[in-house]
Write a protein of this length. Structure first.
Length: 765
């Protein structure tokens, strides 16, 4: 039995079978295309006569001959623009069924199929079918939306639904124009225009609200429904109610006041379930939400945010990881919770989220100490919340030691059985501008109802046909390695030698600057041997060296690999070399924690809130590099929305600006706005400071500590820490007064009530 074999033997047997079947399939595909071209030679004969003759003399059914004729027409050297791609089709490993689906597709879909094959994407028949249907996605979405509306109506009729849709579309257009006029200050100059637009919106919403209630009844009853569409339909009701009551603009902003369990919505977003889809509905920039589990140090989180996903929630069980996320991106909704204990109660509000993402501790079936196999749990989460797509990722470094191909196959089967089209692949960090070669494993699933395919992100690779043309001209030509490859000298020099002050005139500083330039150029394309997950002491290095010498008769060890990368062994230190330490051009520094974080692609200001050195190293090593997460996120976004990205360009763009890392500057209370007020209207509202403290250095330090930074790091002088602690009490009191003032302001429903409200300076007077 195959299950009695060792994991390595299982992998070898499965790999051999896959290789053999691929080779046979290429031969079969070639013969099938040749058979189809036999029909092309008969193109001048009446098609019906050809079908009749071949069905009798070639032992084929009418439908089989007809399909051969269609395939011949798609690949005919006389009439088809795709005839030049015959070899690409045959050699790609595509099946006969996929070739037939290609022949039956539209010319647009055929172009997309060729493009994917040219990028070395092996397509199955069901995937070609998706490509064929992708250009009519708006029709499927429109049918799905109509079906959702009908499912909740009590006495629904086509006439009333159409009337509600027309009214909702008119409201949406008017609301968008109202927003633009408000923002641009047009209402300040023309109060009659403001009154007219406001009246139109209130009247239209009141009319639509009556139709809605007639069709669907109570919105509160909708919220009790188990369907994932119910909260969105209820949001439409509450948006119409808010507009009909006049609670918008200066009277309440343009955000939906009622929380229906899907996060914050604008009035425009809340009305979207009532607006008809058409072929122009799915433009770029569609808002996408992501739920992230096992978020860790935030590598995947940064990348997905940079890919245009907004976090609906982040979960991790480790306190240092949670503190890291909260400190570096305070706006993220982070929760400390063991994902193994997540149930319907915690996950209900994430149903039908656009993307589920998780960085898992090991490969399927490869459970290790303190690294549980979470794939079965992820399958349960996927089935519970039904996301449009998912990304499951882990470090593939243990692949050879724990291959377990049958366990992987079981997980993929479970994903497919949950109605997802699954792509399993690995990416190498060195292809994404990182100075080390580490394989990361991905399982990406796109729900079967999404018509587009996921394309594995490939960076700076030549197409199959481009390589063929180059080799036709020069048989000796070899393509350069794929990817955006950069070495330690290019990536790590700014953090390894940060003291290169060109204005410094000392001899030692000038020598240090020269050494830095020498180190940068000499190790420009060198690669780190790995990202260590555990600190190594000098004694441990010497012990390993003696063991290797006794076993192999040589002193070669891991330290040699680090020296080739430009560093003195794998031991990690806190600070880069000082000016005084560098005495000759052959000097090799110790690698720093900051350099390892940079080697993973983290921004320089990203702080890892781990207590010990080993915990910090583990956090850095386990993180998915943000740039890889961004590339995979953009590929998923393309599958969900149809947007097209130039990944060759995107890989060079920083995933996050340094200024966007860490606690952000305090928004002064004088800048607070009433509801959704924009810049042109805010001057009409009196907002005064509430007994503000001086914004001096002491205030800034106290605020930093209150937001999560360590007092010892913020104030290095222990004699001044007592003053910081005292100021922290005053700052907390000030913030409390501001929060109380803001809560009172939010309760106001119109401008008159706001003007009548006693302001802090008036109360003080």
């Amino acid at each position: 039995m195959s299950t009695d074999l060792t994991p390595s033997d299982q992998k070898a047997a499965l790999s051999d079978a896959a290789t053999t079947l691929t080779a046979i399939n290429r031969k079969v595909a070639k013969l099938y295309v040749e058979a189809a071209l036999c029909c092309d030679d008969l193109a001048g004969f009446p098609p019906d006569q050809v079908r009749t003759f071949l069905s009798t003399h070639a032992n084929m059914s009418f439908s089989e001959v007809e399909q051969l004729q269609k395939t011949a027409a798609a690949l005919s050297p006389r009439t088809s623009p795709f005839s030049i791609h015959r070899e690409l089709l045959i050699n790609s490993g595509i099946s006969i069924a996929a070739i037939n689906t290609f022949a039956n597709a539209t010319e647009v879909a055929q172009h997309d199929t060729i493009r994917l094959l040219n990028k070395e994407k092996v397509l199955r028949a069901d995937e070609v079918h998706k490509v064929r249907d992708a250009d009519r996605e708006w029709e499927r979405l429109e049918a799905s939306r109509k079906a959702a509306l009908k499912a909740f109506s009590t006495q629904v009729t086509e006439r009333k639904i159409d009337e509600l849709e027309r009214q909702a579309e008119t409201i949406s257009v008017n609301l968008r124009q109202f927003d633009e006029s408000w923002f641009n200050g047009e209402f300040d100059e023309d109060e009659e225009l403001h009154a007219f637009c406001r009246k139109e919106l209130i009247a239209g919403a009141a009319k639509a609200l009556g139709i809605f209630e007639d069709l669907f009844g109570s919105a509160h009853a909708l919220l009790k429904s188990p369907s994932g569409d119910a909260p969105w339909l209820a949001a439409s009701y509450f948006a119409l109610r808010q507009l009909a009551d006049g609670k918008f603009g200066v009277h309440g902003g343009l955000g939906l006041h009622c929380d229906v369990g899907v996060g914050r919505l604008s009035l425009q977003e809340a009305l979207s379930p009532l607006i008809s889809y058409d072929e122009f509905s799915l433009g770029p920039g569609a808002p996408l939400k992501v739920l992230e589990l096992c978020a860790g140090a935030g590598g995947m989180s940064i990348g997905l945010q940079a890919a245009g996903f907004e976090h609906a929630g982040l979960f991790d069980r480790n306190k240092p990881a949670v503190e890291t996320l909260r400190h570096n991106q305070p706006h993220w909704p982070v929760t400390q919770f063991d994902v193994r204990k997540l149930g319907e109660k915690q996950l209900a509000r994430f149903r039908h989220v656009d993307l589920l993402a998780a960085g898992l501790p090991c490969l399927p079936g490869a459970q290790l100490d303190r690294r549980p196999d979470l794939y079965p749990k992820m399958i349960g989460v996927i089935r519970l919340i039904r996301p449009k797509a998912f990304i499951l990722e882990c470090d593939a470094g243990a692949r050879e030691k724990y291959p377990r191909p049958l366990d992987r196959a079981d997980i993929v089967n479970a994903m497919i059985a949950s109605d997802y089209v699954v792509t399993e692949f690995s990416l190498d960090t060195k292809e994404f501008g990182l100075p080390h070669s580490t394989s990361r494993d991905f399982f990406v699933g796109i729900h079967k109802d999404v018509p587009r395919l996921f394309e594995q992100p490939r960076i700076m690779t030549r197409s199959v046909e481009e390589i063929a043309r180059k080799r036709l001209k020069n048989p000796e030509w070899k393509p350069e390695p794929p990817g955006h490859v950069k070495g330690t000298g290019q990536v790590l020099a700014p953090v390894i030698a940060p003291f290169t002050t060109k204005t410094e005139s000392s001899v030692q500083q000038n020598f240090y600057n020269s050494w830095e330039m020498h180190w940068r150029s000499h190790f420009g394309m060198s690669m780190l041997p790995d990202i260590p997950s555990k600190q190594t002491t000098d004694a441990e290095e010497q012990k390993k060296k003696r063991l290797r010498r006794a076993k192999h008769g040589t002193e070669e060890d891991a330290a040699a690999s680090w020296e080739l990368a430009g560093f003195l062994g794998p031991r990690v230190v806190e600070d880069p070399p000082s000016v005084d330490e560098v005495t000759d051009y052959d000097f090799k520094p110790r690698i720093t924690f900051a350099a390892l974080a940079a080697a993973q692609g983290f921004p320089k200001n990203w702080q890892f809130k781990a207590e010990g050195e080993n915990d910090r190293l583990t956090m850095i090593q386990a993180a998915l590099p943000p740039v890889m997460a961004r590339m995979v996120g953009l590929a998923v976004r393309s599958a969900l929305t149809g947007e097209i990205f130039n990944l060759d360009h995107e890989v060079k763009v920083p995933v996050i600006e340094d200024s966007k890392v860490g606690p952000q500057p305090v928004v002064e209370p004088r800048l607070f706005k009433l509801g959704g007020l924009r810049r042109s209207v805010v001057r009409h509202v009196r907002l005064a400071p509430v007994a503000l403290l001086p914004r001096d250095d002491l205030y800034q330090k106290a605020a930093r500590v209150l937001r999560g930074e360590y007092l010892n790091e913020v104030e290095r002088n222990h004699k001044r820490r007592a003053d910081v602690r005292k100021t922290m009490v005053l700052v907390q009191e000030e913030w409390g007064r501001l929060e109380e003032f803001e809560r009172a302001r939010r309760k106001l429903e119109d401008l008159d009530a706001w003007e009548a409200y006693p302001h802090p300076e008036e109360a003080a007077g």
